[in-house]
Design a protein around this ligand. Structure first.
Ligand SMILES: Nc1ncnc2c1ncn2[C@@H]1O[C@H](COP(=O)(O)OP(=O)(O)OP(=O)(O)O)[C@@H](O)[C@H]1O
Length: 635
């Protein structure tokens, strides 16, 4: 056993150790905030790997985000260096992607399928397909693209096109939706592509229709761990059930039903009940909170005791840290403007060294943006964390599209993106439609035709980009050397050297993180199609600046911790939201808001500051009911 693994096992509490040492059979670990879930999961994976060094099987760990997966893998690697290649630690989507890459041929898919990560792209694809279908006499028009949201809902509930119509009360709407759904699915298939919901649906179909695949999964991965089980969707749970079959039970699920904040996406404490009924897991509870001062633990317990949709046996959390003074403060301001100023002054007065470990949490981005401005106006580095589905610079959008185009040289959607991005990078105006028509006439590939045209364009920078394109078009396997050569040029020409923070420099940092994650998820150098799929599944924001104050929505703060936490906007109709107030105190919406507040306050390691104003945007507000429920002044 490594010293690191030995040390971590020695650091565990009795109940944590019991969870880590359990191996066979199903287990449900109900774990409150700060109770060491991550520590337990990583130590358990590392221990099993360490005890089975001569074996070849792998461990499957499913996480909620790609970032959490990366952190878990790094921590396991520290405990048992070199053994992480015997793991698949990733999101449900990453797992489904791997499954479909390996076994998708049963569904007539080829492994290099594209993943649509942009709604705009999916809409464009559907509009084109509807046009073709209308020309073929189907009773559809471009306006039927409005069904896409309904289709997403159907897919997220694993309802296939053939079964869609019967889900509608109105037969005419059902027929129309099912028709558009069928056209959409056929088009995705014809383009060898998937959308996010399709990854889960496709994997479920594979596991259901090809029993050998589920058997292979169970043999390859005899132990599964599921982090944040409380936020799995019904479709994700179905996936677990299908993969497990009737007798597989080695599922170790870690959950906290008080931290369900994705109710709107189908997460529910009932999922935990279903798991208990289906798998009969051994129940363990991690109740000690190793993160927050006792006063915060007490407030969190009082708050969440007002919720009724909870696992009945759930015990309150218990503070493991010693008492500390002034762990919670409540500040009331007259207006939202004063709240913003007060927060900036308070954070400013705490000193520069504390900023990197300070978070401002709000229910929505809208409440955070003016606080970011107030902080920056005082010279305090502050960033509102936000998921980015796309790179923000034309340089990296071009690079991604160019690599994608190397895989799909005649894909007109990727072609348009690539030509447009190259034009913006090199200030040119090549016309994608004309180029595509010329390529069609000459029987050439779109990609190669663009590359030749760009190289001969007389625009020096565009010619450089064209040169990279040509290199890729002629030999796709050259993509690594092409990327290595292109990135420094793209970044420096965008004015983004070390001293200047340009969009391209930000994107370069995000690119590096994404590639590191993709490499680590695979355990070896990824192929080009794996990079393209991996990029589609990841947020493209740069890593957090360690000296900046973090502003984030409570949803984004899940799983994180900070020394100092400010939770803002604790007023009725702000938090809890107006909608939940309207639904009433006993509503599911209000309970979700309460869990939001619970998650927010339990991110704190040392000091929690709660603020609200008596007046937001000219409307007077009363203090949030959550303040009085927590037993704090102001309520
Ligand atoms: N046995 C322990 N002794 C001391 N500190 C611990 C112990 N277990 C966990 N911790 C510390 O408590 C903090 C919370 O642990 P961790 O991040 O694993 O919690 P979590 O259960 O994932 O929390 P959350 O659900 O709120 O995200 C971390 O700083 C961790 O190092």
């Amino acid at each position: 056993m490594t010293t690191e693994l030995d040390n971590i096992l020695a650091s565990l509490s009795d109940i944590q150790r019991e969870a880590v040492l359990s191996t066979e059979g199903a287990a449900l670990v109900l774990a409150g905030p700060g109770s060491g879930k991550t520590r337990v999961l990583t130590a358990r994976i590392a221990r099993i790997l360490d005890e089975t060094r001569q074996r070849k099987f792998r461990i499957l760990a499913l996480t909620f985000t790609t970032k959490a997966a990366m952190e878990m893998r790094e921590r396991v690697d520290l405990l048992v260096p070199g053994l992480t290649e015997r793991t698949l630690i990733g999101t449900f989507h990453a797992f489904c992607t791997q499954l479909l890459r390996q076994h998708g041929s049963h569904l007539e898919m080829s492994p290099d399928f594209a993943i649509f990560d942009q709604d705009a792209d999916r809409e464009a694809l559907l509009v084109d397909a509807l046009g073709v279908a209308a020309a073929n006499g189907e009773p559809v028009s471009a306006e039927d693209v409005r069904w896409l949201k309904t289709i997403d809902q159907l897919k997220s509930r694993l309802i296939v096109p053939e079964k869609a119509a019967e889900r509608f009360r109105d037969a005419k709407s059902g027929e129309a939706a099912a028709r558009v759904y069928r056209i959409y699915e056929n088009t995705l298939r014809a383009n060898n592509s998937m959308d996010f919901n399709g990854l889960i649906l496709g994997a479920c179909r594979l596991l259901r229709d090809v029993p050998g695949v589920a058997e292979r999964v169970r043999q390859t991965y005899p132990y599964w761990l599921v982090d944040e089980f409380q936020d799995t969707t019904p479709a994700q749970y179905r996936l677990i059930r299908l993969a497990a079959g009737d007798s597989f039970r080695n599922v170790f699920a870690v959950a906290d039903d008080d931290q369900i904040i994705y109710q709107w996406a189908g997460a529910s404490y009932r999922q935990i009940e279903r798991f208990r009924a289906d798998f009969q897991p051994e129940l363990m509870q991690l109740v000690e909170n190793h993160r927050c001062p006792p006063a915060i633990v007490a407030a969190a317990n009082k708050l969440v005791a007002n919720n009724t949709f909870r696992t009945p046996e759930k015990q309150p959390i218990v503070a493991a840290k010693p008492d500390s003074e002034d762990a919670i403060a409540v500040h009331v301001l007259a207006t939202d403007g004063e709240e913003q100023q007060w927060i900036a002054e308070s954070i400013g007065s705490n000193g520069r060294d504390s900023w990197g470990q300070t978070a401002v949490l709000g229910r929505t981005r809208a409440i955070l943006l003016p606080i970011e401005q107030a902080l920056q106006a005082k010279g305090i580095k502050a960033v509102v964390a936000q998921r980015r589905d796309r790179f923000i610079s034309p340089e990296f959008n071009w690079l991604q599209a160019c690599l994608d185009q190397a895989l799909r040289p005649n894909d007109v959607r990727v072609f348009r993106l690539m030509v447009d991005a190259a034009n913006r990078v090199a200030s040119d105006e090549l016309d994608a439609e004309i180029l595509a028509a010329e390529a069609d006439a000459a029987g050439a590939s779109y990609f190669e035709h663009w590359a030749n045209t760009a190289t001969a364009s007389g625009n020096e920078y565009l010619a450089t980009l064209g040169g990279y394109g040509l290199q890729l078009a002629q030999s796709r396997s050259q993509w690594r050397s092409m990327v290595r050569a292109a990135i420094p040029i793209l970044v420096s020409k965008a004015g983004g050297d070390e001293s200047v923070i340009s969009d391209a420099a930000d994107d370069k940092a995000a690119w590096d993180v994404c590639l590191k994650e993709i490499r680590s998820e695979k355990g070896s150098e990824p192929e080009l199609d794996e990079v393209i799929q991996g990029l589609a599944l990841r947020s493209k924001e740069p890593p957090h600046d360690p000296e900046a104050v973090t502003l984030m929505t409570i949803h984004a703060s899940k799983g994180l911790e900070f020394d100092s936490v400010y939770v803002v906007g604790l007023a009725e109709s702000v938090m809890p939201s107006w909608q939940s107030v309207k639904q009433g105190d006993a509503s599911a919406e209000m309970e979700e808001e309460r869990r939001n507040c619970f998650v927010a306050i339990t991110r704190t390691r040392e000091r929690l500051t709660l603020t609200y104003a008596s007046n937001y945007r000219g409307w007077s507000k009363s203090p949030s009911r959550f303040l009085s429920e927590m037993g704090l002044a102001g309520g």
